[in-house]
Design a binder for this molecule. Sequence first.
Ligand SMILES: *Cc1c(COP(=O)(O)O)cnc(C)c1O
Length: 422
Amino acid sequence: MTVAAQFQFHDNVLHAEQVPLTALAERFGTPLYVYSRRALRDAWQAYADAVRDRDVVVCFGMKANSNLAVLNEFKNLGSGFDIVSGGELARALAIGADPAKIVFSGVGKQEWEMRAALQAGIKCFNVESEAELERLAEVAAQMGTIARVSLRVNPDVDAHTHPYISTGLKENKFGIAIEEAPKVYQRAQQLNSLKIVGVDCHIGSQLTEVSPYLDALEKLINLIDQLADLGITIEHLDLGGGIGIRYVDETPLTPTQLLDAVFERLNARGYGKLQIVLEPGRSLVGNAGVLLTTVEFLKHNEAKNFAVVDAAMNDLLRPTLYEAWHSVEQVVKPASDTPVRQYDVVGPICESGDWLARDRQLALRQGDLLAIMSAGAYAFTMSSQYNTRPRPAEVMVDGTDIHLVRPRETLESLFSSELTLP
Ligand SMILES: *Cc1c(COP(=O)(O)O)cnc(C)c1O
C-alpha cells in the first residue's frame, strides 16, 4: 500500500503515473527525485474546489519545492507564490509569475531583497518585526515607491505539531506578538512609504486539525476589529500555510474543511467579503514526489540490520532533522523466499544522524530499488552537497512522458568555482 495516489503498483512494480520507477532508475541512475505532474494538478484542484467563488488567493509556499518545472505548473494553474528570500523571488520571476500574487515572508529580509521585491511590485510584504518595518519604509522611500505591508502576528496558539515546525507560539522567533500589533500598525500608518494592506499569520506546518486555525482566526478577527477602531482597514487576511499530508496514516484536514470553517467564522463576524490569502506548501507537493535509492549493501550485526543505500541525509534531511517518518516501498515486490528483517535504512555519510528510515520490515537483497515516499516537499529544497555528493537529478512524469527537470550535478561542478592560493 502506498500513501500517494499517483504512485501505485502495477504488476508488482511501483509506478509514477504510467511509468515504472525501475525504468527511471535505469535511465537516470539513483538517487533520483521523481515527481508526478498529475499529483501536482490534483493537489491544486483540491484548493480550487475549496475556494469556489470566494475571494481567496492561493500562494504556493515555494520553499517546499522550488524547481522551476513545479513553479511553472502552479503558475499555469493560477497560483501565486509565497517567497522567503530574494533567491525565491528570482525563481518566481524566472517563470513569469505575476508579482501581484507574490507575498514575501521571513524574519530577516535584507535591503537588497526588499529592493528587488519593490522593483518587481509584489502584492505584500509580511513584516515580522518593528525593525523590519522601519527598514522597509526607508528602502521604499529611497526608491520613491510605496511598500504594501501586512504584519505577521503571532497569535500564540499551539498547532499541535513538531516543535521545529510549530511557529505560532510565544516562544517562536516568528512574527509580532498579537498584543503588540496595534501599536506597530499605528507606527506603520505614520510611515508615508508604507501602505497597510493586510494581517498575516502562519502558525505551523503538518497541521492535521482545523482547531488551531480557528483559534488563531478568532484572535485575528479581534485584532482586525481593533484596527478598524483605530481607522486602519485592511484588504486581506493571510492565514499562512500548514495543511498536513498523509505520511503514514494521518487524516489531515482538507482545504475545503479549512475554508468552509474559516468563512463560517468570517461571515458570523461580518467579514465574509474579506479576501483570504493561503500559503500552502507541503500539501501541494508532498505526496507528488518520491526519492528513489538503491541498496548498496546489507549489514547485519548483533543489534541491528542495516540497509546502506545510495541516498543520504544530504538528499533528504527530514528524518534526521525532525525525526520525520517516510514510508519506504520496495519498487519491485520481493520474491517470497527473501527473508523479511527489521532494517534501518541508512546513507553512506559519516554521521550517525544519517538515516532515512528506522525499524522497517523489509525483504531486501543487495541492489534492490527503494522508493522513499512523500518526498515532494522539503526534500530536494533542503538538500546539500555534504561529503561532496552531487545532488540527485529531478524528473517529472506526465502520464507516459518523462521530463528531466534538473540534471544530476556533476562532480566537477561541485568545486569548479573554488580557488587555491598561489
Ligand atoms: C513554510 C511556510 C509556508 C508553507 O508551509 P506548509 O506547512 O508547507 O504549508 C507558508 N508560509 C510561511 C510564512 C512559511 O514559512
